[in-house]
Design a protein around this ligand. Structure first.
Ligand code: F6R
Length: 612
């Protein structure tokens, strides 16, 4: 059971969904489309299917699975071997050609892939030199061409497949269909792949929700293993060719439970994914010798004035970014996207300005019009986003992909953290030459976040204060955006009144709101001057009899007046707010859950706000 649970924890970290069927008797297309719908939470920007009937048939479309289903309506083909894929783009935007399955030039081989082929550039060059023409911009397309090349050399499908997999670096779950071959060929490295079994039909899937309506008997391929799956049986072997027998597990979870990787809500799962999100965010930004590389962001010349524009949580990321940029000597301003258009920001002649739109979805209407406005005024633009192919990318001069993976819950959590990491890297890139210290800090951040998630007392505090009349959050400097974000998270998912303030603002009005049933979170983050100032504000709040919760690095002593302490590890001041935010995310989640709220789909809210 423990092993199964660990598997489920691992699978939530990678994206894209794969399904395959090797059936004893002919099946209809719905088998593939229904399975894709079960995997849609893993990616939903394009999808496709391939199956063997008279020959190989492939259909793929940008957009969601409903769009693919519409395209295939009226097609009544039956087949015994089929594969399917739902994509979350990493290389190349979500277009029809970039969707999976990918094929070789002759259309004998179709492949679905989850993961990243890290050496795809050099493989492409080799294949091009032998006359291969590529149709997509994806890393995955090298896979069918490579497989076809080995088939052309006269190898059988299994041998050709093994040769092909041996050439790949990076992470992959691959399922291939080869004309004339009565097997699905699969391989796995760092991306999950399970084989579902019943007497007459076998299945392949990147996650168990796609298997549960067919079977509960599942075997998990391990890193480096490959398998050939046929109706009613499979053979698995190690990279070196030795046959292996896999243990069979019986899945007891419901479809819903498995989609969420065992977590009760997507929100909690997404909070839990943050260590991996940071690892992924750093992977493409750091060279093999440990240096920072943001060349693909392509901002030249580097700016001396930055305007950051965003809405909601993304605006809080902009506030954090503006503080950070200013600390590093750049002139920087944060703007709410909804107000950016009202008065144009001041322009100084000769300044090298950059407008940075921050938008998880890349579709927020106010961000799009802010980018239009920046374009009209001839300002260079950069967008920080999580969604490849989003409208904001088309409107901006350059894009920085934060690579947090699909965020299903309406409330933003892991994408906010990914934004803060991206803004740190950008600030460094724009202002300094030597990035080693920052990269060292950020490579340790995933472990600090893991510890914070695992050890946080926030769930107990949620239980204690679930009936509070309101909750307030105080922060200073880089801590202020986190105070605002903590309050936004709590109000949007628990419907409880909450507000965040710059700590120094308390006595200019908000003090009047404090009672003995309005807990106050005080973020004692930043340097000694900042924390000294917050201590003073904490005393002002304590004198009004509020319950006080201090969020404090464990190397400084918490204020004597506080009732509870949430500790942070001893980390550099710029990352303290990122960790403090994790406590606040957990507090908001557990309050909302205790109140029985619709945590993942709060009332009146939408994930992407496409109207002004
Ligand atoms: C809060 C939240 C919203 C979004 C805002 C902007 O949890 O999700 O406040 O941050 O609607 O959305 P994006 O970042 O997609 O532009």
């Amino acid at each position: 059971m423990m092993e199964k649970y660990m598997y489920l924890l691992i699978i939530i970290l990678s994206v894209c969904g794969i399904f395959g069927i090797a059936s004893h008797s002919p099946v209809a297309l719905d088998v593939l489309l229904d399975a894709l719908e079960r995997l849609e939470y893993r990616g939903y920007d394009s999808a496709g299917v391939a199956y063997l009937d008279d020959g190989l048939s492939v259909t793929k479309r940008s957009g969601d699975i409903a769009h693919l289903r519409e395209t295939l309506s009226g097609v009544d083909d039956r087949f015994r071997f089929g594969i399917a894929h739902t994509r979350w783009s990493t290389h190349g935007p979500p277009t029809d050609v970039n969707a999976h399955p990918h094929t070789d030039a002759a259309g004998r081989v179709a492949v679905v892939h989850n993961g990243i082929v890290e050496n795809h550039d050099s493989l492409r060059r080799d294949l091009r030199a032998t006359g291969v023409e590529f149709t997509s911009e994806t890393d995955s397309e090298v896979v069918p061409h490579l497989l076809a090349r080995h088939l052309d050399r006269g190898l059988g499908p299994r041998e050709a497949f093994a040769e092909m997999v041996g050439r790949l670096h990076g992470s992959y779950a691959i399922c291939a269909l080869v004309e004339g071959c009565d097997e699905l060929l699969v391989a796995r490295r760092e991306s999950p792949l399970a084989i579902g079994m019943d007497d007459a039909t076998h299945y392949v899937a990147s996650d168990v929700p796609a298997l549960l309506e067919h079977t509960r008997d599942v075997a998990y391929l391990r890193d480096g293993q490959r398998a050939a799956v046929s109706p009613g049986r499979y053979r698995a072997w190690e990279a070196g060719g030795e046959a292996v027998s896999l243990d069979t597990d019986t899945i007891e979870w419901t479809v819903e439970q498995t989609e969420k990787g065992g977590f009760q809500h997507f929100l909690l799962k997404e909070i839990d994914e943050q260590p991996e999100v940071i690892r992924r965010a750093l992977r493409d930004r750091v060279t093999a010798d440990g240096a920072l590389t943001l060349e693909q962001v392509n901002v030249d010349p580097k700016p001396d004035v930055v305007h950051l524009v965003g809405s909601g949580t993304s605006y809080h990321a902009c506030l954090y970014g503006a503080y950070l940029f200013r600390k590093m000597g750049l002139s920087a301003f944060a703007h709410r996207a909804s107000e950016y258009g009202t008065v144009a920001p001041p322009v100084t002649e000769g300044d090298k300005e950059l407008v940075v739109g921050v938008s998880q979805s890349g579709e927020t209407a106010d961000i799009l019009s802010a980018l239009d406005r920046a374009n009209e005024h001839g300002r260079p633009t950069l967008v920080l986003t999580n969604v490849l192919g989003s409208t904001a990318i088309r409107k901006a001069d350059n894009a920085y992909m934060i690579q947090a993976g699909p965020e299903v819950s309406v409330a933003a959590t892991k994408t906010f953290t990914a934004d803060l990491v991206a803004l740190n890297l950008l600030a460094e890139y724009f202002t300094t030459q030597n990035h080693r210290r920052l990269l060292q800090t950020f490579s340790a951040l995933p472990a600090w976040i893991r510890d914070t998630i695992d050890d946080s007392d926030a769930p107990a505090l949620a239980e204690r204060y679930v009936d509070a009349d309101a909750v307030f959050y105080l922060g200073h400097g880089l801590g202020r955006p986190i105070a605002l974000e903590g309050a936004l998270k709590l109000k949007e998912i628990s419907y409880k009144h909450s507000e965040g303030f710059g700590a120094g603002e308390l006595k200019h009005g908000p003090l009047a709101l404090l009672t003995d049933n309005t807990p106050v979170f005080a973020l004692l983050t930043g340097d000694a001057v900042q924390t000294g100032r917050i201590r003073q504000n904490v005393s002002e709040a304590a004198a009004r009899g509020v319950p006080l919760i201090a969020v404090v690095p464990d190397d400084i002593s918490p204020p004597a007046e506080c009732d509870h302490v949430l500790t942070l590890p001893d980390v550099p001041p710029s990352v303290e707010p990122i960790l403090a935010n994790v406590h606040l995310q957990l507090f908001a989640y557990h309050v909302a859950d205790r109140l029985g709220r619709s945590v993942d789909r709060p009332r009146h809210l939408a994930k992407s706000v496409t109207v002004q």
